[in-house]
Design a protein around this ligand. Structure first.
Ligand SMILES: NC(=O)c1ccc[n+]([C@@H]2O[C@H](COP(=O)([O-])OP(=O)(O)OC[C@H]3O[C@@H](n4cnc5c(N)ncnc54)[C@H](O)[C@@H]3O)[C@@H](O)[C@H]2O)c1
Length: 278
């Protein structure tokens, strides 16, 4: 059921991180792969990697925030593959804008909207006619975030955009269900990528805490997201639409719970001991 031979998959931002893992995984599963990537060196690298792996691939240097660029890229997909089975809206970025909301400039708000939501609206709208050609059975998957389901102080605009993806996913799922096109999302917790180089971000003296912080004991890998994407695109998920997979090692379930240095669960502010007064 995870055999994608004969299928065409478009991954935005497929030149690095989660998008690249998704593109390569679909390629390994036999899919024809289209990558829309803004960064020329990354586009070149993934083009070479897919060619080396023997994948029938089209890598476009495309800025998915631009209507004209998106339309040109979709025209290329139509000309070469005559349809689309899977669209993965992976581009998204908090742009390292971490500040109180009231200090966010118009330009910063526009920038966060452009890369996180406008890009998805433009690419999805342009791709739907190609997805209809392969329906029923085609599907759309958007990369959301755990920050769509909890707050993230000082990153409020990004969080709002990711929350919007939940509504987009649910509403479009209803709209496209009669055509047999499924629409879902994946919401990762912190995942090691060029955008979030988490290993480097955590001070060496705090790294030992990681295994206790996330219930499953580690941060995410791009491969974790690729697994969810292949599942959602496959017939294994044939009755799943309008929903989001929480790809978070149990973090949302844990809420404020984590394990103390002895490995015992606590939701109290402890550095040593178990935090309870007994
Ligand atoms: N890494 C995490 O911890 C994490 C957590 C939650 C959600 N996410 C989401 O997962 C997705 C992928 O994140 P990542 O960490 O792999 O990102 P990344 O920045 O490491 O990689 C994104 C890729 O997209 C490309 N890109 C950026 N803007 C583009 C544009 N306008 N047009 C075309 N390509 C563009 C980049 O060049 C890069 O190759 C994003 O939507 C992100 O919000 C990531």
């Amino acid at each position: 059921m995870l055999d994608f031979r004969g299928k065409t998959v478009l991954v935005t931002g497929g030149g690095a991180g989660i998008g690249r893992a998704i593109a390569e995984s679909f390629g390994s599963a036999g899919a024809r792969v289209v990558v829309a990537e803004i960064d020329p060196p990354r586009a070149r690298e993934v083009r070479e990697a897919l060619a080396k792996a023997g994948v029938d691939a089209l890598v476009c240097e495309t800025d998915v925030r631009s209507r004209a660029a998106v339309d040109a890229m979709i025209a290329q997909v139509a000309a070469r593959f005559d349809g689309l089975d899977v669209l993965v809206n992976n581009v998204g970025d908090f742009l390292r804008i971490v500040k109180p909301f009231e200090q966010c400039s118009d330009e910063e708000i526009e920038a966060i909207y452009g890369v996180n939501l406008k890009s998805i609206l433009l690419v999805t709208r342009a791709a739907i006619p190609l997805l209809r050609r392969r329906a029923p059975g085609s599907s759309i998957i958007s990369l959301s975030s755990i920050e769509a389901f909890r707050g993230i102080p000082m990153v409020t605009v990004y969080s709002a955009m990711k929350h919007a993806i939940t509504g987009f996913t649910r509403s479009l799922a209803l709209e496209l269900a009669p055509a047999g096109i499924r629409v879902n999302a994946i919401a990762p917790e912190t995942t090691e990528t060029p955008q979030v180089p988490v290993t480097a971000m955590i001070a060496p003296e705090h790294r030992d805490h990681t295994r206790r912080w996330i219930p499953l004991g580690r941060f995410g890998t791009p491969q974790d997201a690729a697994g969810s994407a292949l599942f959602l695109a496959s017939d294994l998920a044939a009755w799943i639409t309008g929903t989001t997979i929480n790809l978070d090692g149990g973090a949302l379930a844990a809420g404020g719970w984590y394990r103390d240095p002895k490995g015992l669960w606590t939701n109290l502010p402890v550095v040593t001991g178990n935090g309870f007064n007994f």
